[in-house]
Design a binder for this molecule. Structure first.
Ligand SMILES: Nc1ncnc2c1ncn2[C@H]1C[C@H](O)[C@@H](COP(=O)(O)OP(=O)(O)O)O1
Ligand SMILES: [Mg+2]
Length: 195
């Protein structure tokens, strides 16, 4: 447990690839001033640095698989400790598996709340194919998209149940999560207004 982070709000943003995590986090940052940490962005920055570790990471991400737990956790921890003046943290795209959540809790802190965006698989595929036309992301192609969705269903769906059992889950149900970013955000605000 990192003492510097005591009392800070920590919100996990969970949802499949293309469910709108990044889109909503941008709005949350603008309105509530939280510090946004996207595990995917941190990993892509490592790839862009051209380091040897970055090359290994890129291979894993192209296969649509999860990178080793320790790697992501260390990156998030460093970034949080560099931003201890933030009033809270949005941890976007993490945990991807239940073990990642448990490790986060034992080595950093426990999450205050978990925001889950429930979007249908086909909607996510369509959004990601569209995003792929401009994102330049190596993993926004149909083959990798299917593999990522498969990883999401196997590894990440249990994460949702895990936090539901702890009473920490704030779910944006499908009918809302598939509507416009503004409509989704209106619901997201209900959570952040009472934190
Ligand atoms: N509510 C919504 N309705 C339609 N498109 C949305 C949406 N939220 C996000 N998008 C678009 C923006 C992106 O091109 C794509 C994926 O969104 P994202 O925020 O990058 O998702 P994630 O970070 O969960 O992978 O879908
Ligand atoms: Mg994202």
């Amino acid at each position: 447990m990192a003492a510097e982070l005591a009392g800070k709000k920590i919100i996990f943003i969970v949802g499949g690839p293309g469910s709108g995590k990044g889109t909503q986090c941008e709005r949350i940052v603008a309105k509530y001033g939280y510090c946004h940490l996207s595990s995917g962005d941190l990993l892509r920055a490592e790839v862009a640095s051209g380091s040897e570790r970055g090359q290994e990471l890129q291979e894993i991400m192209k296969r649509g698989e999860l990178v080793p737990l320790e790697t992501v956790l260390a990156m998030i921890r460093d970034k949080m400790l560099a931003n201890t003046d933030a009033k809270g943290f949005l941890i976007d795209g993490y945990p991807r598996e239940v073990d990642q959540g448990k490790q986060f809790e034992s080595s950093i802190a426990s999450a205050t709340s978990v925001l889950y965006l429930d979007v249908a698989t086909e909607t996510m595929v369509q959004r990601l194919i569209k995003r792929g036309q401009t994102s330049g992301r190596a993993d926004d192609n149909e083959e990798t998209i299917r593999a990522r969705l498969n990883t999401f269903e196997k590894a990440t769906a249990p994460v949702v149940d895990f936090y539901k059992q702890q009473g920490k889950l704030f779910e944006i149900e499908r009918s809302v999560a598939e509507s416009s970013p503004d409509d989704v955000f209106a619901k997201v605000c209900l959570l952040f207004d009472k934190l």
